[in-house]
Design a protein around this ligand. Structure first.
Ligand code: AMP
Ligand code: ZN
Length: 439
């Protein structure tokens, strides 16, 4: 059998404060090799800028970190690239032990947007330099599309070359991170509809703020953990899922009803009561009110608050935040079901990604909610957290899917601060921007 060369891409991600580089090989082989996986990650590293002194990402600190980290990471990626097949293009790499022959990437994948322009430009200019020097195509990747396609990368890394990619389109993604709270309906590679977005702050941001109020004095200071959400989960449920004891509400009225605590306070579901009336049917998320309510509860009774009460506040805060997410997922599924025709594919999968997706209570709430409300057949997929947070592997994968579909990006392209994945949004979605070239 003839050897069919693999597709290899070198990918760069610098949209925010993570500098990440990956080398991904996707199989186009036909049984000549032992390793039959659909995708192989030869190299994947990331360095996060030290923003600890600032409450959030500082653009100059991020830029300095990209400037310092990116070139050495690319050099390391090349040293870890696969050796070339006989007769296929190669590059000579200098290493401490002498010159190495490595496969020349078939194309370069790079995050083009959305993100901070200064950060994006560091990666984009390096990618253009590599593409020019090696005379290979460039693929400018949409960062949000890459988050949405991550479960397909995970499947390809774990599966045989000849299996169908999973999840197949269409699928839903709930992206819950420090910067996003979004429900996305992915219909095809370049066609994604944003069904709900946050009206104020992201859920991860809200959880981090709540953690600062709820956790007993010293817990944050004494911990090396930067993810306050993880600390709060551990505090709320020290024994893990056996502490969950959760039963999902059976009806919409139950979703919205307050559940007074034994301590005298009660939390209100977001968007259930606002000055402009109930917005409980809005396809939107809101977390600012929940954060303020927690601050009020914790400050009113701070001195007298026992550990047990703090734990109850933490559990209730998680319950209300996660049921709010579940209520919009449910509404979306109900609407999609209503709109189903003989020609539309039935929705079968909900992907939950982003840092907050690692919360095990969120998994319990979503599963129970969907089961009790008639959507037990919906499969929940949680990609590993390392691939849910910003990383270059997802850029490599998305670059590869776009490249295989025939898309390349012109070397004159610029970085994009805003770039929606939804074709109905201003800008026209993934394909609405300039710079695309069809192969
Ligand atoms: P990301 O923006 O995807 O890197 O995710 C970071 C956010 O996820 C931060 O706001 C974290 O506090 C939050 N997070 C991480 N682990 C957990 C967890 N176990 N429970 C809740 N939130 C979490
Ligand atoms: Zn991201």
């Amino acid at each position: 059998m003839p050897v069919v060369r693999q597709l290899i891409t070198l990918a760069i991600e610098t949209s925010c404060d993570d500098t990440s580089v990956a080398v991904l090989e996707t199989a186009r082989r036909n049984g000549t090799s032992q390793d039959q996986r659909a995708a192989i990650l030869h190299f994947h590293e990331k360095v996060t800028a030290d923003n600890a002194r600032f409450r959030g990402v500082h653009p100059i600190v991020a830029l300095e970190s990209h400037n310092k980290q990116l070139a050495p990471l690319v050099a390391e990626a090349l040293r870890n690239s696969p050796s070339p097949d006989q007769g296929s293009p190669s590059i000579s790499i200098r290493s401490p032990s002498g010159w190495l022959e490595k496969s020349k990437p078939d194309f370069i994948s790079v995050t083009r947007g959305p993100g901070m322009l200064s950060s994006l430009n560091t990666g984009l200019n390096t990618a253009k330099g590599l593409a020019t020097a090696w005379q290979v195509p460039l693929v400018g990747v949409n960062h949000m599309l890459a988050h949405a396609l991550t479960p397909r990368l995970v499947h390809a890394l774990e599966t045989e070359n000849n299996e169908r990619l999973s999840p197949e389109f269409p699928f839903l993604t709930l992206l819950v991170s420090g910067g996003h709270t979004m429900l996305v309906h992915s219909k095809a590679l370049t066609h994604h509809a944003i069904l709900a977005n946050t009206m104020d702050i992201a859920i991860g941001d809200c959880i981090d703020k709540m953690a600062r109020h709820i956790l007993p004095v010293g817990v944050i200071e004494d911990s090396a953990e930067m993810m306050y959400g993880r600390l709060l989960e551990h505090f709320a449920f020290p024994n893990g899922p056996s502490d969950h004891r959760y039963i999902a509400p059976r009806t919409r009225a139950e979703d919205l009803s307050q559940k007074p605590s034994i301590w005298g306070w009660a939390l209100t579901a977001p968007l259930s009561r606002t000055r402009s009336g109930s917005r409980s049917k809005d396809m939107a998320f809101s977390f600012a009110g929940l954060g303020s309510a927690i601050e009020r509860i914790c400050h009113r009774i701070e001195t007298a608050m026992t550990l047990d009460e703090r734990r109850d506040v933490a559990r209730e805060a998680f319950r209300v935040a996660f049921e709010h997410l579940a209520s919009r997922v449910l509404m979306a599924l109900q609407q999609l079901k209503k709109a189903e025709t003989a020609d539309t594919e039935e929705m079968g999968t909900l992907v939950v990604s982003g840092g907050v997706a690692s919360n095990r209570f969120l998994r319990t709430v979503l599963r129970s909610f969907l089961d009790i409300r008639g959507f037990a057949h919906i499969r929940l997929v949680f990609p590993p957290t390392s691939l849910c947070t910003d990383n270059a592997a997802m850029i490599a994968w998305t670059g590869t899917e776009m490249y295989k579909a025939g898309y390349e990006t012109d070397l004159s392209c610029g970085a994009l601060r805003k770039w929606s994945i939804d074709p109905s949004a201003e800008g026209g979605g993934i394909l609405g921007v300039d710079g695309w070239k069809m192969k």
